[in-house]
Design a protein around this ligand. Sequence first.
Ligand SMILES: Cc1cc2nc3c(=O)[nH]c(=O)nc-3n(C[C@H](O)[C@H](O)[C@H](O)COP(=O)(O)OP(=O)(O)OC[C@H]3O[C@@H](n4cnc5c(N)ncnc54)[C@H](O)[C@@H]3O)c2cc1C
Length: 347
Amino acid sequence: MKKVIIVGAGPAGVLLAHYLLRRGTQYKIEIYERRSDLQKVSLANSRTIPYGINDRGLRALRKIEGLEAAVKATCVENHGSIIYQKNKILENRSKRKYSFNTDRTSILIALLSQLTDKSDKKVEIHYDCKCTSVDFESKTLRFEKVQETVPEQTEKFTVDYDLLIGADGARSIVRTHLLNTEFFEFQQEYAYACYKTVFLLSNKEKTSKNLKANYLNIWRIEEGITFGIVPQLDDKFIGILFFPQKTNKVVNLSTKEEVMAFFQQNLPEVVPLISEEEAEAFLKRPIGTQLRTRCDRYHYGDSVLILGDAAHAVSSSLGQGCNNAFEDVLIFDSLLDEYSDQWATAL
Ligand SMILES: Cc1cc2nc3c(=O)[nH]c(=O)nc-3n(C[C@H](O)[C@H](O)[C@H](O)COP(=O)(O)OP(=O)(O)OC[C@H]3O[C@@H](n4cnc5c(N)ncnc54)[C@H](O)[C@@H]3O)c2cc1C
């Protein structure tokens, strides 16, 4: 039996665990995730982001029984987008083929609960474990686990592997170690836009006539500042504000009154959907930054592979990163089929 260590319980890592599990008893699968179990954290504190899932991602889910339905149960259909400027509709883009809106945490909870149901504890998931280094020659990883009782103290431990998957996102530690291997070429750049999410109240209670429940509602506020509202289940919405890295009126907001005044001035139709607590939480939420990366290969020898954002992060404006991550798993699975689980050849 081969011991597979997956670093990262994001979309790529968790879907890969499903696929490897499906290949029978030849793999012992362990996932290590630096954050806490999302199933135990509230949505607003889970650092979630709204996602559009399209057929590219759904095709990969479809191969595992029950997954497409479980993910779709977290989604609302997306019929297109409406773009506004100063309260006027600039453009109405309807889709011929609908995609689906949800958020990262809801997708992961769906994937994780299906994994727990199916794996009968065959897949071990270790939360709050941050990978700090990898040694490709001795095939070992070092981790730090935060002690719940004494958060300032960390437990350090080593894990060995036969096969290592870096599914640890755009700032992948596994990929960092690939940089030290011969002829590995890598590029990264920051996307122009940073972002912050806003959790909006249900439109049922606070009717805001402009918000269409099956459309992305997008406002162009001014040069470089855009606000998008992504409908979620139960008439809820997650908003996402994009703004440039350099000093601007979003970065400078420093009290909840200033947050409300910003929305009042720029997005009056959204104000009834923002609670005072949310204005406070918005202020405290860290600013998200985005990386774009390229690698000239995705593996090392016959035992290390990077997938998803660790291999190729793209700008969120494409709405493809999670779909790509799912597709990576589908493609890798078809290579394992083609080469009868001979990793040296499949990689
Ligand atoms: C604002 C925004 C909007 C987006 N919208 C869309 C969209 O509409 N559609 C779409 O398809 N994509 C979208 N994306 C892209 C999507 O978020 C990513 O492409 C997707 O999450 C990639 O999945 P992943 O599993 O490869 O990486 P991640 O989701 O980044 O998961 C990596 C996991 O690894 C863990 N990890 C990292 N380092 C370590 C470590 N050292 N040790 C242990 N664990 C570690 C992380 O905590 C994380 O859980 C959006 C992104 C942003 C920022």
